[in-house]
Design a protein around this ligand. Structure first.
Ligand code: FE
Length: 131
């Protein structure tokens, strides 16, 4: 029986359309906020249709040496083209991207997870240093 952690897939986002793309500064000045953008499909677009789309993205920060990560943001993407006329009829599609910022006095790792309604859970991560 798989555990949750076994179900997260990861890959190079330049080659795999599902891998979340984290964009943030590699180093921040002490006292400055960390600005983060996360999207899915930056290099290879992911479908955004009623039957196939990205449902949500979450962002966590894991300070170096900490036992637990901290959830920084969670964004649900709610419009996938559906309407009373049927699937893919509304022309309204939420794009799977988010921007957020947070403060930290410790360096660490930003982790992002995302969920495709038919291809499951994906993750990626990037380091943040403080100068
Ligand atoms: Fe997919």
């Amino acid at each position: 029986m798989p555990e949750m952690k076994d179900l997260f897939q990861s890959a190079d986002w330049k080659k795999e359309k599902h891998a979340p793309v984290i964009e943030s500064a590699a180093t921040i000045q002490k006292g400055d906020a960390v600005s983060v953008s996360v999207s899915v499909g930056k290099e290879i677009p992911h479908p955004n249709t009623t039957p196939h789309h990205i449902r949500w993205i979450e962002v966590f920060f894991h300070p170096e040496g900490a036992k637990f990560p901290y959830q920084v943001a969670r964004v649900e993407f709610s419009a996938h083209g559906e309407s009373s006329e049927g699937p893919d009829t509304s022309t309204i599609y939420t794009k799977p991207s988010l921007s957020c910022s947070f403060t930290t006095e410790k360096p660490g790792t930003i982790l992002a997870s995302s969920y495709c309604n038919i291809h499951g859970l994906w993750q990626s991560h990037t380091k943040v240093e403080i100068s």
